[in-house]
Structures are given as structure tokens and as C-alpha cells.
Design a protein around this ligand. Structure first.
Ligand code: SF4
Length: 105
């Protein structure tokens, strides 16, 4: 997450940016990530409810599943479809690529 994303989430959670960083984030190789919980899921993921910070979630999360790896490789797209319950498994690779090109989602 960049600083703007961190501040946006902190405001949403009604805590300071420093609090957000210390309670919910970790740094790896100079990059700030949302921490994972003991279940290895994102700390903001709520089973049965989804993302607890959905309106302000990081840009990378908003982009999913329209990542280059999925757009450029059908096998990767197929794996993503089966790994992520949020993806429509009926969606063909061709349709997915078309959506990524048109911005239609
Ligand atoms: S959308 Fe992003 S922030 Fe929200 S639960 Fe999933 S990984 Fe976490």
C-alpha cells in the first residue's frame, strides 16, 4: 500500500495512520502490506462477510482479478478461478480478457 491508501484506511477505521501501521500492517522488502491473521487470510477478511474495509480497500485489491498474470495467461486465469470464490467460474478466458480491455466488469 502506498501512503495515500494507508491514510484512507486509517480514516475509515477512525484510527491514526501510525496506529493503522502498527496494528494492521507489516513491512517486507520496504513495501507495506496488510498483515495476515493466524489463518493466513488477510486480517480484514471476515468469513461469510468479505472485506471489512471494502469501501477503502487497497488499489491492488480493487484491481483483482484483473492482474497481468491472469490477463496474459489462460492457465493462470483458470487457477485463479478455482482458487478465488469471488470469481465467476463460468467466465471464459476470452470474456475475461475482453472485460479487462473494455473496463466492463
Ligand atoms: S479485499 Fe484486500 S483488504 Fe479486503 S480482505 Fe481482501 S485482501 Fe484484505
Amino acid at each position: 500500500m502506498n501512503e495515500e491508501e494507508q491514510k484512507r484506511i486509517a480514516v475509515f477505521l477512525e484510527i491514526s495512520a501510525d496506529d493503522f501501521l502498527s496494528r494492521f500492517c507489516e513491512e517486507r522488502n520496504g513495501i507495506i502490506y496488510v498483515r495476515t491473521g493466524e489463518d493466513n487470510f488477510c486480517i480484514f477478511y471476515q468469513r461469510g462477510k468479505g472485506c471489512a474495509i471494502h469501501p477503502v480497500k487497497p488499489g491492488r485489491c480493487s484491481l483483482w482479478p484483473y492482474y497481468n498474470a491472469n490477463i496474459n495467461d489462460e492457465e493462470t486465469w483458470d487457477m485463479a478461478k478455482w482458487a478465488c470464490r469471488g470469481i465467476n467460474r463460468e467466465c471464459s478466458f476470452e470474456e475475461f480478457v475482453r472485460q479487462s480491455e473494455t473496463g466492463e466488469r
